[in-house]
Design a protein around this ligand. Sequence first.
Ligand code: AMP
Ligand code: MG
Length: 325
Amino acid sequence: MTTRTADIEKAAAVLRDGGLVALPTETVYGLGADAENPAALARVFRAKGRPPSHPLIVHIAGAERLGDWVREVPATARLLAARFWPGPLTLVLRRGGRVSPAATGGLETVAVRVPDHPVALALLSAFGGGVAAPSANRFGAVSPTTADHVRAELGDAVDFVLDGGPCLVGVESTIVDATGDVPSILRPGGVTREDLEAVLGRSLEVDSTGRTPVPGRHPSHYAPRARVILVGPENVVAEAELAQESGQRVGVLVPSSRAGAPVKAHTVMAVPESPAAYARGLYGILREFDRRGCDVVVVSLPADEGLGLAIANRLRRAAGPRPSR
Ligand code: AMP
Ligand code: MG
C-alpha cells in the first residue's frame, strides 16, 4: 500500500482547516482532528455519535513531544514511552494547557500515544500538532481495520480518508494510567500486560473501578449487529447447532481444538491460529458475520493472557447488554 506524499499534504491541510481525517494506525483506523481545535473536535463526536464526555486519544509524532501535551512526565511514563513508542500503548497523564478540554471530555488528564504506522507518522510530522482520534466507527460498533470499513460506516462525515492498508495489530491500544505512583491498565490492548510488567518490574492491575470514563467499559461496545453469545470452548458447536435449529441464522467461530468437524450453522469460521492473527482478524470476522446476515454469533473466550486479554475484553463487551441497538 503506497500513500503518496500528496495525500499526506492534503490530509494535513484538512486538519489545519478544522476538518476530519481518517488515518491508518497499527491498531485500528482513527477519526482524527486537530487536538487544539474545539470546533473540529466537536465534529468528531457528532460523526461518531459519541457522548462528548468520552475522551479521545491525542496522537503525536514522537516521545520527545510528550512534554508539550502533559503537565509532567513521571519516570514510569518516560520508561514506558521509551520502550513501547511508537506502538499500541496509550499513556494517561495530567493534561497540559495545550490540549483542548474538548479532547479530554473535560477531564484533567489526557491520553497520548505515538502510533507505529508510517502513514500516521508522516501525517503527524506534516501536520506538526497533535491529532485527537478515537476509532473511526459509530459509537459502540466494531472498530474499522481497513479504509473500506471507514468509508462504509462514516461516509461523508469524514473529509479525507488516508488508506494505509489493513491494520497489523487489529485491536486498540493498551491504555495505562500513569498519573499516580502505581500504574494500572485501564483497557487491555495491543501491548500485553506481561510485556508491561517485564519492563516495569512489577505486576499491574487491570483497573475496573470506573474512576475514569472509558467507553470500553460500557456494557455494550465493539459490538456487531448480530447478538454475541459466549460459551465455553467445548460447547461452541452444540450451542451453535441448537440456535440454528431454533430458526436463527447462526455464525460460529470454531476454536482450533474443534477445527475440521462439520458444524450445522449458517456461517462457520475458524479462530485464527496465533493470538496475533486472532487480534488482527477479530473485527473483520465480526463484520463478516454481519455481512452474511447472521442473527447471532457463538464464540468462546480465549484465556486472559498475552493478546488473549484484549481479545476476551472486546468479546465480553460485544456480548454485553444493548440499550437501543
Ligand atoms: P476509542 O478507542 O475510540 O474508544 O477512543 C479512545 C479511548 O481512550 C477511549 O477508550 C477513552 O476512554 C480513552 N481515554 C482517552 N482519554 C482518557 C483519559 N484521560 N483517561 C482515561 N481514558 C481515556
Ligand atoms: Mg472505539
